[in-house]
Design a protein around this ligand. Structure first.
Ligand code: DX5
Ligand code: ZN
Length: 217
């Protein structure tokens, strides 16, 4: 199973996002994780579709992994699709008809993800596993970069991987190299890294090291 690291631009320089994205491109990472926050679903505000569109013009081959941390994601699928998202994840805790919103993401030609918070029961995800490309498991409380990984999340990865051997499992929040390794051993194959990527002495080596972890899946 191929491992992908998705550096999170939330931990970059918000006054110079192009420079932060450039560091991701130079590191050899293939994905860029973009957290869209509404100040309601989480107590923070980040990027609108225009920011994503402007970055997309210079994304080169980067795959834009857009994580919508929104209470009402339904009106934002098309704007982020047009802006250049390649995959859009919504939260299972969001309002609205979740299945319909996931179907809309597919209809606009994008890959589909479903995300859930650390305190949400894993059973809430089961109805959607077979209709998505990716399940995003939060490893820390959503909203801010640089938080501690919650160890009990590791078991959720294991349970999900036992239920489905094909879906991408992305883990997001509080991941350093040691936690990345533990997540991969349990079946995760997309690793989001915010602070640990942008603080890395050698970002290229950081990416290579995690992506070369051996997975038994
Ligand atoms: C947090 C975001 C994460 C965040 C991860 O709510 O969803 O993507 O950027 O950053 P780190 O790796 O620093 O926890
Ligand atoms: Zn995220």
């Amino acid at each position: 199973m191929e491992i992908t690291v998705a550096p999170s631009i939330l931990a970059g320089n918000h006054a110079n996002l192009l420079e932060s994205m450039g560091r991701v491109i130079v590191s050899g990472a293939r994905w860029l994780h973009i957290d869209v926050m509404d100040g309601h679903f989480v107590p923070n505000l980040t990027f609108g579709p225009q920011v994503v569109a402007d970055l997309a013009r210079q994304k080169q081959k980067l795959f834009f992994d857009v994580h919508l941390l929104l209470t009402h994601p339904e009106n934002f699928i098309e704007p982020f699709a047009k802006a250049g998202a390649d995959l859009i994840s919504i939260h299972v805790e969001a309002h609205g008809d979740i299945e319909k919103i996931l179907t809309n993401i597919r209809k606009v030609g994008k890959q589909v993800g479903i995300a859930f918070n650390p305190e949400t029961a894993i059973e809430k995800i089961f109805p959607y596993i077979d209709i998505v490309d990716l399940v995003l498991i939060m490893g820390a409380q959503p909203g801010f970069s640089g938080q501690k990984f919650i160890d009990s999340v590791l078991q959720k990865i294991e349970i999900l991987r036992q239920c489905n051997s094909f879906v991408r499992i992305e883990v997001d929040g509080g991941i350093n190299e040691a936690y990345a390794c533990q997540c991969i051993q349990r079946g995760a194959n997309v690793i989001v890294t915010g602070m640990s990527f942008f603080m890395a002495q050698n970002p290229k080596q950081f990416i290579q090291q995690i992506e070369s972890e051996k997975s038994i899946f």
